[in-house]
Design a binder for this molecule. Structure first.
Ligand SMILES: [Cu+2]
Length: 135
């Protein structure tokens, strides 16, 4: 290979690595949903080229309310899909749209845009064994 070919190859590898990092690893910091005494566990998620936060921790077995604020008109994020809960919801721009569901079991539940390009996750954790609130 000539030097130019090597440089082009390395640039290509770098671009692929960056794209993978951007789409699959560069998640916004996760948050724990705010849990009141009763009512759903709530988290606000900003939608702008991605989900922020992209990871929300909740308690399994209790209702969850994700409040999606769509801060853009890009068509990519106009729908949010939670396949595990059979939810597909339109998010009007510059509005907050609540999405409610209950993760009965502990696990990781994905939410994505309508095309599956932009991704986030709800991590439902099993309640403490004694049924009490954890600190
Ligand atoms: Cu999309």
């Amino acid at each position: 290979m000539s030097t130019a070919q090597i440089v082009v190859t390395l640039l290509g590898i770098g671009a692929v690595a960056w794209i993978n990092w951007y789409f699959f690893l560069a998640e916004a910091p996760e948050v724990a949903a705010a849990a009141g005494v009763d009512g759903p566990q709530r988290a606000r998620i900003e939608v702008k080229g991605g989900y922020s936060p992209a990871v929300v921790r909740v308690r399994a077995g209790r209702p969850v309310r994700l409040e999606f604020y769509r801060d853009e008109t890009s068509g990519c994020t106009e729908e949010v899909v939670l396949p595990d809960f059979g939810i597909r919801t339109f998010l009007p721009p510059y509005r907050t749209t609540p999405v409610e569901f209950t993760p009965v079991r502990a696990g990781s539940y994905e939410f994505t845009c309508g095309m599956g390009m932009v991704r986030g996750r709800v991590i439902a954790e099993a309640p403490a064994a004694d049924g009490g609130e954890r600190p």
